[in-house]
Ligand binder design. Structure first.
Ligand SMILES: Cc1cc2nc3c(=O)[nH]c(=O)nc-3n(C[C@H](O)[C@H](O)[C@H](O)COP(=O)(O)OP(=O)(O)OC[C@H]3O[C@@H](n4cnc5c(N)ncnc54)[C@H](O)[C@@H]3O)c2cc1C
Length: 319
C-alpha cells in the first residue's frame, strides 16, 4: 500500500508527468492499458474481444474538467460513442444477452461525473448526464458512473439515485476500501441499482477507508457475498484470482446461475484469466479506456502494480 501511495503522489509532480507523457520508454506500457486516443481504436479493441465472448464497456478518458465547455464536449462524445455502439449492434449478432431481470448489453459505456461537470455544479453535471442517458435509453443501452475519490462519493450516490428514477438504465460503482460501502450496498439493493464492486483506486485517508490490503480484500468478499444475495446483476471487477474463486464458490452455494452476475477486468490486465472465465461459462466484461487524457488513469494502473512502474523506469534508463 505504501508503494502505491508513493506512486500516486509522485505521479502528481510536474516533472514526473512530463517524463511519462513525453518519453518513448513508457509508450508500450501506455498502449497496454489504453486502447488508443481515438474512438475508432477503442471500437477496434472491442471488436477483437466480442467474438471471444467477452463483453466490453467503453470509457472516454478524462476527469475533473476545468470548464463547462469541456464538460459539454465530453457529453457530446459520450453520445457519439453510444451512437457508434448502436451501429456495432447491427453487425454483432450478440448485441444483447437475456437474463431474468431484463437485458444485458454486450457493449456499454462507463462515464465519470467530474467529466460531466461535477466540479462546476451538481445540477450542471446531472443535466449533462441525463442527456446521455436519454440517448442510451432510446437505443436500449446502459451507462455506468465510475466512482472517483471519496470527496465525490456522496454526491455521486445522490445524483445516481435521482437519475435512476427516470433512467433505470444506469448504475454505479462501489469501492470496498471505503467504510461506508456496507450501507451503500444496501442502498443499491433496495433500489435494484446495478453495481460494479471494486477495491478502489484512489489515495484515501484512514478516516474514510481501510489502509491495509488484507482488510480491503476481506471487505470485498463480505460485500460481494451480500451483493450476490441481494443486488440486481452485480459486477465483480477485480483481477484477484483468490477473490474470484471465492465469489464463484459463493455463487454456487447460493445456487445462483452464472448469468446472474458478471466479472469485469481492465483492458490489458490478465487476459489469460479473462478467457479462462469465459471458457468456464462466466460473463466477463473488459473496460476499454481511450482518449488523449490518459495520464491520471495510467498513473492509477502503475500504482496498482509497482512492478509496472519499475519495468517502465528500467526501459527509460536503457534508453
Ligand atoms: C472494470 C474495472 C472498473 C474499475 N472502475 C473503478 C472505479 O470506478 N473506481 C475505482 O476507484 N476503481 C476502479 N477500478 C480499479 C480498482 O479499484 C482496483 O484499483 C484495480 O482493479 C486493482 O485491484 P484488483 O481488484 O485487481 O486487486 P489487486 O489486489 O490490486 O490485484 C490483484 C492482482 O491483479 C493483477 N493486477 C491488478 N492491477 C494490475 C495492473 N494495473 N497491472 C497489472 N496487473 C494488475 C496483479 O496480478 C495483482 O496481483 C476498476 C477496476 C476494474 C477491473
Amino acid at each position: 500500500m505504501f508503494a502505491r501511495l508513493m506512486i500516486l503522489k509522485a505521479s502528481e509532480m510536474r516533472p514526473v508527468r512530463k517524463m511519462i507523457t513525453q518519453s518513448r520508454a513508457f509508450r508500450p506500457l501506455i498502449r497496454r492499458f489504453v486502447a488508443g486516443e481515438t474512438l475508432d481504436q477503442a471500437i477496434a479493441a472491442a471488436e477483437e474481444l466480442l467474438p471471444k465472448g467477452i463483453y466490453v464497456s467503453l470509457d472516454y478518458l478524462g476527469e475533473n474538467v476545468q470548464s463547462r465547455e469541456e464538460a459539454v464536449h465530453a457529453k457530446n462524445t459520450y453520445i457519439e460513442i453510444l451512437k457508434r455502439i448502436a451501429a456495432i449492434k447491427e453487425v454483432m449478432p450478440m448485441d444483447h444477452v437475456g437474463y431474468a431481470d431484463g437485458l444485458v448489453e454486450t457493449v456499454n459505456l462507463s462515464v465519470k461525473l467530474t467529466q460531466c461537470g461535477l466540479d462546476q455544479s451538481d445540477d450542471f453535471a446531472e443535466e449533462n448526464y441525463r442527456e446521455v442517458l436519454a440517448v442510451a435509453k432510446a437505443i436500449g443501452n446502459f451507462v455506468r458512473v465510475d466512482m472517483e475519490g471519496s470527496p465525490y462519493t456522496e454526491r455521486t450516490v445522490k445524483l445516481v439515485e435521482r437519475v435512476h428514477v427516470d433512467y433505470p438504465n444506469t448504475g454505479t460503482v462501489l469501492q470496498s476500501y471505503l467504510y461506508r460501502t456496507t450501507e451503500d450496498v444496501e442502498w443499491a439493493a433496495m433500489r435494484r441499482l446495478r453495481i460494479r464492486l471494486v477495491k478502489g483506486a484512489y489515495f484515501e485517508e484512514a478516516d474514510v477507508a481501510y489502509q491495509e490490503k488484507m482488510r480491503v480484500d476481506e471487505a470485498y468478499m463480505r460485500l460481494a457475498e451480500r451483493m450476490l444475495e441481494a443486488c440486481a446483476y452485480p459486477a465483480f471487477a477485480t483481477h484477484d484470482e483468490a477473490l474470484i474463486e471465492k465469489i464463484q464458490r459463493s455463487a454456487k452455494a447460493l445456487n445462483l446461475p452464472k448469468d446472474r452476475f458478471e466479472f469485469q477486468m481492465l483492458f490489458g490486465v490478465r487476459r489469460d484469466l479473462q478467457e479462462k472465465l469465459v471458457a468456464e461459462g462466466h460473463r466477463m466484461r473488459v473496460y476499454i479506456p481511450y482518449g488523449e487524457s490518459w495520464y491520471p488513469y495510467f498513473s492509477r494502473r502503475l500504482a496498482e502494480r509497482p512492478a509496472n512502474a519499475l519495468f517502465a523506469l528500467k526501459s527509460l534508463f536503457k534508453g
